[in-house]
Design a binder for this molecule. Structure first.
Ligand code: B1M
Length: 222
């Protein structure tokens, strides 16, 4: 692999955002994801290659470590921040249509629920996996989901809930989406959600963590 991409992948894996970022201490003073993504583009590396050969594999490593509890939320957030700083250089190419995304993914935390840390991690990992993410934020009611679905036909839908009380709203939103868009794929997650609950409310897939969500989307387009 190109040496710049190898270094970029390490920055994502260990959460090195840019040169001035003090984290992680053993990479202090070195170029970060920001500088290296810019350098790779300047050296003529294609945005697709940066995504496919550095960002995605590095985020897969991060997701795997998180699933195995080898790292925790703070490290994952630093990796996600580093990834975002690299993505900022690549995004214009996706937006201009020069580089194709794998698909669209609409995600939101369900009505009445203000927890967004887990939802943001899932959104960032999926974006790092090459998907365009439409983030509806927190307290996203059924109408908000239906409006986004009309604006982005064919998108995969993701709902997050952290409260046992708002799981009921997850069920209502899934039912309303199913009524109008029987063919859409719906992914659910959040601490109180389970595979049984996913089946019960008629969603397609439950993932306990971001990497499972990325893998699910990956197999939808493979
Ligand atoms: Co709240 N809160 N909270 N809270 N809060 C919990 C969830 C709670 C378990 C704490 C407790 O009592 N032990 C409890 C829920 C109890 C229950 O329902 N059974 C609770 C409560 C009760 C409340 C309030 C009602 C408290 C009050 O006001 N009396 C209130 C509700 C507000 C509301 O939403 N309407 C409230 C408020 C808050 C804060 C605003 C203070 C803050 C949220 C800040 C924010 O998100 N911006 C907060 C926090 C931080 C927590 C805890 C401490 C941490 C949640 C978190 O971010 N975890 C939480 C206790 C705990 O979990 N230890 C708690 C880290 C995050 C990475 O994990 O979100 O599970 P998580 O996401 C995971 C997976 O679930 C999965 O991937 C993520 C990464 O692994 N995942 C998905 C998540 N969404 C997914 C979607 C997918 C796939 C996977 O596909 C679409």
């Amino acid at each position: 692999m190109n040496e710049i991409l190898e270094r970029l992948a390490l920055c994502i894996e260990f959460g090195k955002i840019n040169k001035t970022s003090p984290y992680p201490p053993n990479m202090k003073g070195q170029d970060g994801a920001d500088e290296l993504a810019k350098l790779a583009l300047n050296e003529g590396v294609k945005p697709d290659e940066i995504l496919e050969n550095a960002l995605i594999p590095a985020m897969e490593i991060v997701g795997g470590k998180y699933s195995r509890k080898e790292i925790y939320v703070p490290q994952m957030l630093m990796s996600a921040k580093a990834m975002n700083s690299a993505l900022a250089h690549i995004k214009p190419f996706f937006q201009s249509g020069e580089t194709k995304r794998k698909g669209k993914f609409i995600i939101g935390t369900v009505a009445g629920d203000l927890h967004d840390i887990g939802k943001n991690l899932v959104a960032m990992m999926i974006e790092g996996g090459g998907w365009e993410v439409i983030d509806l934020g927190v307290d996203a009611g059924t109408d908000k989901f239906l409006k986004a679905i009309n604006e982005h036909p064919g998108a995969v839908i993701g709902l997050s809930a952290l409260l046992t009380t708002t799981m009921e709203n997850m069920k209502n939103t899934v039912s309303a989406i199913r009524e109008k868009h029987a063919d859409l794929k719906i992914l659910v997650g959040g601490a109180p959600v389970t595979t049984d609950y996913c089946k019960k409310i008629g969603a397609d897939f439950y993932s306990p963590d971001p990497q499972g969500a990325v893998n699910y989307l990956k197999q939808l387009v493979s």
